[in-house]
Design a protein around this ligand. Sequence first.
Ligand code: GN1
Ligand code: MG
Length: 355
Amino acid sequence: MLEAQLKYVFSQFNHQATYESYKELASGHINDTYLIKTAEKPYFVLQRINHGVFKDVPGLIENKVAVSHHIQKKLENKSRKKQERGVLAFAKTKDGTSYFRGDEGNYWNLMYFIDKSVTHETVSSEEIAYEGGKLMGKFLTLTDDFDSSKLIEVIPNFHDMSFRYAQFEEALNVALNERLIIAKDHIKFIEDSRKEMHILQRLKEAGEIKLRVTHNDTKISNVLFNKKDKGICVIDTDTVMPGIIHYDFGDAIRTICNTAAEDETNLDLVEFNVSYYKAYKKGFLKHMKSSITPLELKYLPLGAKTMIFIMALRFLTDYLNGDVYYKIKYPEHNLDRAKNQFKLLESLNKQINKL
Ligand code: GN1
Ligand code: MG
């Protein structure tokens, strides 16, 4: 039974808390995440890391704990409240490790829940967009002096366009004919977009855009807010690894500027909101303006296009592969996610000269 398992795993970590109940936090597509309510606060977040997707879970956990410690150090001279709320903190097991490995081979990690925090799946005001940008820019600034070569590549080539195209092409070979027919127009669009969608990768490979520590999963639901819409900190640092700024900027814009959820099926509701783009960018540059290079700045809009595209490509690839990667709630879920992202990209392209 799930509850017995959660209680057992929770008891393997080093804390004084008494378990009371759990609630699934179901917004992620890969891991299983649970809020653990205890007799006294703070509550905890217990997460089972998907070791089918993440091949080196201990390495992944080392990455995120190292980045968390780095930020904690930077916050040392701040108020206690800012220290506790400025970064996710990880609990250790009774054996002193940062993860617990269950008999069935599952890996678990435990974080302290930040009280009075909320997340947003979609954005409803410029202020939230601005705050999201500010927080992401701050994360990149705080990790600016962290040597990114110390991080393992949790998923090699994660945002690498050639890699994602290669996976897509393999999927074309194994897909059911029925799915190929349904996806026909999207497949053509992907083939026609190849050149433009490789521009950032080429600049990265040429060393013209530098590698930093990047978060790599900056959708808005990975930002904690307080109830007054002020940003608290970024969460879900599973994919921190070396990357370029455009990954984090673009992936955040992908969700912030979408007027609907990522899997909304009524595409009339899916539009790209330019004023949220501007608000996010303003917040993002608040901390970044002294370290961002002219070339990085110039390519922010292309960063948005590229990250919307790469997610559409990945969702469609998974649909063609028969839904082997993302969690789905119904058979066409990945197709609907891809269609949604393609519609968002179309709306952005129509307004690109307003950015
Ligand atoms: C996955 O599991 P979750 O929701 O944190 C995915 C991201 C995608 C996202 C789309 C490791 O993140 O790359 O942007 O879904 N994570 C992985 O919502 O593939
Ligand atoms: Mg994630």
